[in-house]
Design a protein around this ligand. Sequence first.
Ligand SMILES: [Zn+2]
Length: 240
Amino acid sequence: MICKNCSNEFLDDFRFCPHCGHPAQLKRIDKNYFLDELAQLFNLEKGILFTIRALLTKPAEHIRIYLTENRSRYVKPIAFLIITSVLYALFNKFLEFEKKAIKFETNETDIPNFTEIVSENYEYFSILFSFLTALIVRLFFRKYPYNFFEVFVLQCYLHGVEMLISLFFGVLQSILKVEVELTSYGFLLGFIYTFVITAQFFDKTKIISYIKSLLASILSYIILLLIIAISVFTYYVFFR
Ligand SMILES: [Zn+2]
């Protein structure tokens, strides 16, 4: 018999492929298949709710648990960031709370509107931004026993929560229709959350870790703006 997964040959009376564990005969799709799929869906949902609650109540502690003790109950960091970014983008598309918050508009029609490009590809930009922040934070806290990828996990989770905070304030803005820019407060609160929790993750007792974390956050934003500015410039000079 030839395995339908890895194409290795094995004996006919085997129920599973000895090379990769794929069943020799797939079970037919029936009621149990759908019950299984539903159960997996609910597990994901439970995982998301658990992860959100963990990251809102004791973020630094839970991320440390994820890194060193137990990963089974949490939604994985990149998945979490993608889910929250897509949620944010989806609500933003329908409620348009961001369009009202961003005051500057490019009046030249031949310059691509980069804020639009960013808001249409939030999931990629938030991963890119987490990556960038992780590099800089790792640089600022290089004496601590965490490698770049562990810091990247930290930043993915924190930026995911940032998306949720912005989403919450954006929705509130749309519901209340107040004059104050709630969306901007959301961004500010998200920014504060990320830099404070980053500091607490490394050492919550030292003031210097808050200062370093704040500097790292500001530097990340400056570099991101530079990257965007250089992209606009390059586009304008070479592709027009
Ligand atoms: Zn196989």
